[in-house]
Design a protein around this ligand. Structure first.
Ligand code: FA5
Length: 347
């Protein structure tokens, strides 16, 4: 048991030691350490509080009072040191982390539509002005719609024109072109006239190169009515190309073959990448095929529910990525779906 004198002396020593040590405190870390040492649960001052019950009863209040005074003194010194340190830290930061408020702000990155989507929207806009409405059709098709109803029976050699992705379910395939949508639309609208465009992704199991992808968009055009002629087809395509590319572009219509049109043709555009000299975009020919077209075959009209004696129609299938390549001078179609932000952010 310690007597009053000892405890009073102890308190004085504690105070002295603590205040001396506080003079060397100059950071939040050393301040925390100081607090643990001089005010923490196992600090000397706390030991004094534990000793009080063992002192002579008449001395206890005095010692208690003295201990409380020392403790509050240490606490208030702690607080003021803490404030000094914070103030010093702030001044230091203000001095060393100066902000140049005159610097221009950082531009937030904005998203954008994919170049294929932008091109599709431009095509819709032009064709809408020319009276065509968008008609959506499925990407997963039956063999019947993708081939048979389009006058391409099983084992017909024309099937080789479209290398097909088959599914594990018999007769279910990924559409190889947007033409099956023609039949769906005709079934819906016959015997009324139609003037529609059918956009969407198509799939082909083929060798990829600078102008051939295995998935790409097509936009199908279909007009069915009375007295529709090849001149209407030609006029519509010429007008479309003029509105898409301007008046200066050179196109040519070549006779071709599709089982679902008769007669059939393909339209080429002078290659913009090489100005017709020949490059890897146009396979050295100077021309790039942008669409297939023709007058709807009587069998297809009949399959769609129209009487071919009374109705006629034209159809075309455009390749929007090819059109975008010509428009923006893109020299490889594989860029479209490679997800390279450096390519995509240019448009
Ligand atoms: C067809 O797919 C026919 N359905 C088009 C058609 C519709 C003809 C209506 C008559 C009447 P073709 O396979 O040629 O035809 O493709 C049409 C267009 O799609 C091509 O002119 C080209 O622009 C684009 N295309 C074709 N294959 C690819 C490919 N692998 N990668 C990118 N674009 C392609």
């Amino acid at each position: 048991m310690e007597d009053k004198k000892d405890l009073t002396l102890a308190l004085q020593t504690i105070k002295q030691k603590a205040l001396t040590a506080l003079k060397n405190v100059n950071s939040p870390e050393t301040l925390d350490a100081w607090k643990i040492t001089f005010l923490g649960r196992s600090s000397e001052i706390m030991q004094v509080f534990k000793e009080i019950p063992h002192a002579a009863p008449e001395e206890r209040p005095k010692i208690g009072q003295h201990a409380n005074v020392v403790k509050s003194e240490l606490e208030s010194q702690f607080e003021s040191t803490k404030q000094h340190i914070q103030q010093d830290l702030l001044s230091h930061n203000l001095e060393h982390e100066k902000l140049d408020v005159t610097l221009p702000g950082r531009k937030p990155q904005r998203g954008r539509l994919h170049i294929a989507t932008q091109t599709l929207q431009e095509i819709y806009r032009i064709l809408a002005e020319m009276g065509f409405q968008v008609y959506r059709s499925r990407e997963v098709e039956s063999d019947e719609y993708n081939f048979e109803l389009l006058n391409i029976p099983a084992h017909h050699p024309a099937r080789d024109l479209w290398d097909t992705f088959y599914t594990t379910k018999e007769g279910v395939i990924l559409r190889t072109h947007t033409s099956p949508g023609q039949i769906h639309a005709m079934h819906e609208f016959a015997p009324d006239p139609v003037r529609i465009l059918l956009p969407g992704i198509v799939y082909r199991y083929e060798q990829m190169d600078a102008s051939h992808e295995i998935q790409f968009n097509q936009v199908e055009l279909l007009a069915v009515g009375n007295n529709i002629t090849f001149s209407h087809l030609r006029g519509t395509l010429d007008e479309f190309v003029k509105r898409m590319f301007g008046t200066g572009v050179e196109t040519r219509l070549r006779p071709s073959y599709f089982p679902f049109t008769e007669p059939s043709a393909e339209m080429d555009m002078k290659c913009i990448a090489c100005h017709g000299k020949g490059c890897n975009v146009c396979s050295g020919t100077g021309w790039l095929e942008i669409l297939g077209c023709g007058m709807v075959h009587p069998t297809v009209l009949k399959n769609g529910g129209y009487d071919p004696e009374k109705f006629s129609g034209f159809a075309a299938g455009l390749g929007p990525e090819r059109i975008a390549m010509l428009r923006y001078g893109i020299d490889d179609i594989r860029n479209f779906w490679a997800n390279d932000i450096r390519f995509l952010s240019q448009f």
